[in-house]
Design a protein around this ligand. Structure first.
Ligand code: SF4
Ligand code: SF4
Length: 346
């Protein structure tokens, strides 16, 4: 029996019942050759939200996967994009001046690009390039370079108006109240309606205690309510979702234990170092509204993503690989999708 047909696919209902699961897949653009398959596997496994980097190429790859999943099984997770109210390195993109290319060049850069970001007689289409770097070594003349793109708060409104995600996440940090208010005001200018505005924050590395962090979250809460937005608090046990080292699961759980009696209204969701062991801390008790998986989710299905990539096919075109990856993804998410204890009510 496929348990997932009985999992709650509605994001709001899942948050209320403590069954919410999010996939964070935008943390590293090095992983993006397989982003569409990564999204397709976890959306099929039943996650409620896919959180990606704020980049047109990434959003396009994720949407392609969500369209496919919706057509195949009739469910569609929210598409969330993550922004920061602080310095955001954003993305590297490839760049070259096509006027410098010899007309006789057989264009190996174009053949190497998996995103079709390089077309005949043209340079790099930055809306398609996701910075994988494959074209750089392909150019015999060394004409291709990397450029870092930085995303500023003033860029938020046009970007969001273009990408139109279902939900937004703002990464913030203690002391950045003013920047947070500016970020929210810029996001509102896009005039897009969001199911939730998630706020991602943690204690690690900031030298403050849980009471002070709660105070920071109350200030963010007042700002979001002012703009009539529904918050979702993402508690980052570790600063990177890709942190899968020893003891990382406990960091997120400890943060939740400290914060849940103090935090403002709104669901609390774990992130940062979460893994398959995190559920064990909540077997016989209530807990958070849900969880986000990043590095662990990617690592689990990486063997099949890599093999599909090596064969230059989509995982969805390789039935055995797809089934194996999906089974691995379900092992990670099912304990949360079918968790009986609801979120702790404070
Ligand atoms: S091959 Fe080059 S142009 Fe294509 S996505 Fe990768 S970095 Fe961008
Ligand atoms: S391989 Fe180099 S020279 Fe040839 S088209 Fe690409 S960038 Fe230009």
């Amino acid at each position: 029996m496929d348990l997932n047909i009985h999992a709650c696919s509605d994001g709001e209902e899942a948050l209320a019942k403590g069954n919410w699961v999010k996939l964070i897949c935008g943390a590293s653009n090095q992983d993006l050759p397989a982003i569409s398959d990564l999204c397709a596997v976890y959306a099929t496994a039943g996650v409620h939200c896919i959180d990606v980097a704020p980049d047109a190429a990434v959003v396009c790859a994720a949407r392609e996967a969500l369209d496919w999943v919706e057509a195949a099984i009739g469910i569609r997770p929210w598409l969330m994009i993550s922004l920061s109210d602080g310095a955001d390195k954003h993305f590297r993109k490839a760049w070259f001046d096509p006027k410098r290319c010899p007309l006789t060049c057989p264009r190996p850069c174009q053949a190497k690009c998996p995103a079709k970001a390089i077309t005949n007689f043209a340079g790099v289409n930055t809306k398609r390039c996701y910075g994988c770097g494959r074209c750089l070594s392909a150019c015999p003349l060394g004409l291709i370079e990397e450029k870092e793109e930085h995303l500023c708060i003033k860029d938020f409104a046009p970007l969001i108006a273009e990408l139109r995600p279902d939900a937004i996440e703002i990464h913030t940090a203690p002391g950045r109240q003013k920047e947070f208010r500016k970020a929210v005001a810029a996001i509102m200018e896009a005039n897009v309606s969001f199911k939730r505005v998630a706020v991602s924050c943690g204690l690690q590395g900031y030298g403050i205690n849980s009471e002070e962090l709660a105070q920071e979250l109350w200030e963010r809460h007042a700002c979001l309510r002012h703009h009539e937005q529904k918050p979702l608090w993402q508690l980052d046990g570790r600063r990177m979702s890709g942190d899968i080292g020893k003891g990382t699961a406990k960091a997120a759980v400890d943060l939740w234990a400290k914060l849940h009696p103090l935090a403002p209204p709104g669901p609390l969701q774990l992130a940062g170092g979460t893994n398959a062991k995190t559920i064990q801390y909540f077997l016989n008790q209530n807990g958070p509204a849900g969880i986000a998986f990043g590095g662990m989710a990617r690592q689990l299905i990486q063997p099949w993503l890599l093999k599909a990539d090596a064969n230059q096919i989509s995982l969805r075109e390789w039935p055995e690989g797809w089934q194996a990856a999906l089974a691995a993804a379900k092992q990670l998410v099912n304990p949360w999708l079918f968790r009986k204890s609801g979120p702790e009510v404070c």
